[in-house]
Every structure is written in structure tokens, then in C-alpha cells.
Design a protein around this ligand. Structure first.
Ligand SMILES: *Cc1c(COP(=O)(O)O)cnc(C)c1O
Ligand SMILES: [Zn+2]
Length: 406
């Protein structure tokens, strides 16, 4: 049974029907957010109800917009919270942990959002989906559409990691490589839609459901902290879907009576080569002007302009959080340390959150007793060019030569 009531505009509050295909607000073109009848749900839905359900994101189906169905799903969500004891000891932070989203289907947390969006689009009768993507979102869309027999067209920057391009190709998607960034890929998709009006775009926050998949990370943290929430969440921010989604989940949990007291302080991390949200936060702005000439090896956060910029900035301020930028050299260094000391080959975006820790300490933002969650949003195994750079430093450890044969 669905508890969805309607969709409301995140900016002007206009209501939209949830049982029809929707994109952005018909009045102001800002993102739509799904609303649930939480007061009806609160009467019967307690955290204890969840106990015997499989640990995937679908265990929260009462607050999700699509029906769980084994034809659509691949077991997304339910990722481990890993303690970082050695890195934590180094920084004097005994409660440092990492949510390892690299263990999702297609090796990134994009699986949560796209599983949800594709499921709902299928329920509503869409047959051809398309996306502009920095890489991981396209890979996830390609497999979920393949699973349901839908057409899939993806638009990616031409310098997207090869693994992302290949995974789309072999899953049967039509792949368009575009000079420039994800913003240029978005423009190419808009032009394509003029020619193909039947195409439904699942571009970040241009449809209401990806965020509902990503918000489940917030519900999982609540369960993994024994029905409490951590003190600080450090998140590598591109379009901001996960950050906005978790902040939405926390408001829902408050309305359900699951959590009381202060919510986690939310921290957005970006690269110094592309930091529109950090700049806007520091200047006290409500919206983030686009970043010119974005450059970072952390491709998932190379997002010069985000439709949900005002929602990210609002969540940072309401939570008494902050925003910091870290250079690519620090990201590479930390990526190496994380695999050597903690055994986790993170995506560079995930390593950026740990690179932000000393910066936050210098600002006096972190306390020793804080329970801190870093988000590793993807797997390092997909970033061959980045791995090659790390390998060059480690070449001294290899004896013999590897052959090209498997
Ligand atoms: C997409 C992506 C991000 C950014 O996620 P948002 O929720 O859109 O801000 C971060 N890391 C990786 C690996 C990604 O693929
Ligand atoms: Zn509106």
C-alpha cells in the first residue's frame, strides 16, 4: 500500500499529482518532492517493524514511491558502515566510520536513485529513458533499463572514465559522448528530446524519484547507529541528491517520531577545481553561480551547476553544517592511504570526504566525541586512469611483468 499523497514543489510549494509522469514544477521549474501521509503511517510504522526484512533499500517501502518488485531490483542499498580505526586514531577521532556505497549494484550509490526512478517510470508507462551523466548514473540507468527491456540513451562527457562508457555500451544503451562537462551533456539531451518527444529524462532532480532512492541512506544510518543518528555526515557533493535526500529522510523520521533532538551536521565536500557550492556557502548566497572551467579527477563531483543548489545550501545551514573544498592531490594521497590502511579502494569522490577531515579540524568543526560518517559513494575499481596514477607510485612493489592475457 502506498502512503504517497502528492508531489510538491521544493521552491513554491505548488502541488502536483503523483500518479502521472512529472518532471519539474510547472510554475517555477524547480524540483518536485514526494510527500507521504506520515501521520497515518506513524500510528503503525515503528523501527521494530523492519527487523525481519532483508537489508536492502526496499525495506523502507512504506516511504518509497515505487513498489518493490524482483523484476526491477538488484539488491541495492544495505551497504556496510565500516569503522576507520587506524585513520580515526591518526586524527584523534575514535568514532570515524565510512558508509561504503561502492558495494552497491554497478558499484556506486547511483544504483539506489536509478533503481527507484526506473521502477517508477516503468510503473507510469515510460518506455525510453535518457540521462546526462558524469559516469556512474549512466551505468546504473543502463542496467535497470536493460533489466526491464526499456530503451536507454545516455549523454556523457567525452573524458568520462572508460569503465562507465563501456558498462553502458555492453548493457545495450545508446551512448553519446559530448565535449565539455555534464552541463554540456545536459544540453545535448535537451536537443535530443526535441527530436524524440517520447524520451523521459531522469536527469538529477528533473524527475522526483531518484532522491527517494538516495534518501534510504539516511534511514540505514539510523538503523546502523541503533536507532540514533550520527553527529556529522561528510558527503562528496555534485548534484547533491544524496545530501538533500538524507536531509529529507531525517525530517520524515522526525515527523514519524523516530528521532528527537538535533539532526546530524551536514558537510558538503567538493574539489578546489569545481566548488560552486563551497563558494556560495562561504559568500552567504542562497543559490550557487555556475563554476567556470571545472576540473577534477573526481568525475562524479565535476558538476558546475546544480538544479538543487538552494536545497543543498539550505540543508547545510539548517543543520549547522559547512562546506569545504579539497585539492585533487590530497584526494589521491588519501585514496592511497585508505586502501593501504583500511583496505577500501574508494572512488576519488569518497576519498575527498576523508581529505576534508583535517580541514574541518583546523576550522574547529569536529569534536573528539563526534560520531562521523564519511560517504564513499562509489568504487575505485572503475577509475582506471586514477588507479594508473597511484600504481606508478607503487611500481616498486611489483616483481615480474603482467601479460595482457587474462
Ligand atoms: C554522482 C556521484 C557523486 C555526487 O552525488 P550527488 O548526490 O549527485 O551529489 C559523488 N560520488 C560519486 C562516485 C558519484 O557517482
Ligand atoms: Zn514551483
Amino acid at each position: 500500500m502506498s502512503y504517497v499523497t502528492e508531489l510538491i514543489c521544493s521552491s513554491c510549494g505548488t502541488e502536483h499529482a503523483a500518479d502521472q509522469v512529472q518532471t519539474v514544477c510547472r510554475l517555477c521549474e524547480k524540483p518536485l518532492l514526494v510527500q507521504y501521509d506520515l501521520s497515518r503511517l506513524a500510528a503503525s510504522w515503528t523501527p521494530e517493524v523492519l527487523t525481519d526484512r532483508p537489508f536492502t533499500m526496499w525495506r523502507y517501502h512504506e516511504v518509497l514511491p515505487a513498489t518493490p518488485d524482483p523484476r526491477y531490483n538488484l539488491g541495492e542499498g544495505g551497504t556496510p558502515l565500516v569503522r576507520l580505526s587506524r585513520m580515526g586514531a591518526r586524527w584523534g577521532l575514535p568514532h570515524l566510520a565510512l558508509k561504503d556505497e561502492g558495494q552497491n549494484p554497478t558499484l556506486s550509490f547511483k544504483a539506489r536513485g536509478l533503481s527507484m526512478a526506473v521502477s517508477r517510470a516503468y510503473e507510469l508507462g515510460c518506455s525510453h529513458l535518457a540521462i546526462p551523466s558524469a559516469g556512474n548514473a549512466a551505468g546504473a540507468l543502463a542496467v535497470y533499463t536493460a533489466r526491464l527491456g526499456l530503451r536507454c540513451t545516455v549523454f556523457m562527457p567525452e573524458d568520462t572514465p572508460q569503465a562507465n562508457i563501456t558498462e553502458c555500451q555492453i548493457a545495450g544503451a545508446e551512448v553519446h559522448l559530448i565535449p565539455g562537462t555534464i552541463a554540456d551533456a545536459g544540453k545535448a539531451l535537451q536537443a535530443y528530446q526535441q527530436q524524440h518527444p517520447e524520451v523521459f529524462s531522469v536527469s538529477t532532480l528533473r524527475e522526483p524519484y531518484r532522491i527517494e532512492g538516495k534518501k534510504t541512506m539516511g534511514y540505514e544510518l539510523f538503523e546502523q547507529y541503533n536507532h540514533e543518528l550520527p553527529d556529522v555526515i561528510i558527503y562528496p557533493t555534485g548534484g547533491g541528491t544524496g545530501l538533500i535526500g538524507m536531509w529529507k529522510a531525517f525530517q520524515e523520521m522526525k515527523a514519524l517520531g523516530w528521532v528527537k533532538g538535533p539532526l546530524p551536521r551536514m558537510v558538503a565536500v567538493q574539489s578546489t577545481g569545481c566548488a560552486p557550492i563551497v563558494r556560495a556557502f562561504e559568500h552567504g548566497l542562497d543559490y550557487a553561480p555556475p563554476w567556470k572551467h571545472p576540473r577534477t579527477l573526481a568525475s562524479g563531483i565535476r558538476v558546475p551547476a546544480a538544479l538543487g543548489d538552494f536545497l543543498i545550501l539550505k540543508a547545510l545551514r539548517e543543520s549547522r553544517g559547512t562546506a569545504v573544498a579539497v585539492p585533487d592531490e590530497a584526494i589521491l594521497q588519501v585514496m592511497q592511504e585508505l586502501v593501504q590502511e583500511e583496505g577500501i579502494l574508494t572512488a576519488p569522490e569518497g576519498a575527498a570526504t576523508l581529505a576534508a577531515v583535517p580541514v574541518l579540524q583546523q576550522k574547529g568543526f569536529l569534536r573528539e566525541q563526534d560520531r562521523i560518517v564519511l560517504f564513499n559513494t562509489g568504487s575505485g575499481y572503475k577509475y582506471q586512469r586514477v588507479l594508473d596514477r597511484l600504481r606508478q607510485k607503487a611500481d616498486a612493489n611489483v616483481y615480474g611483468t603482467s601479460s595482457d592475457l587474462p
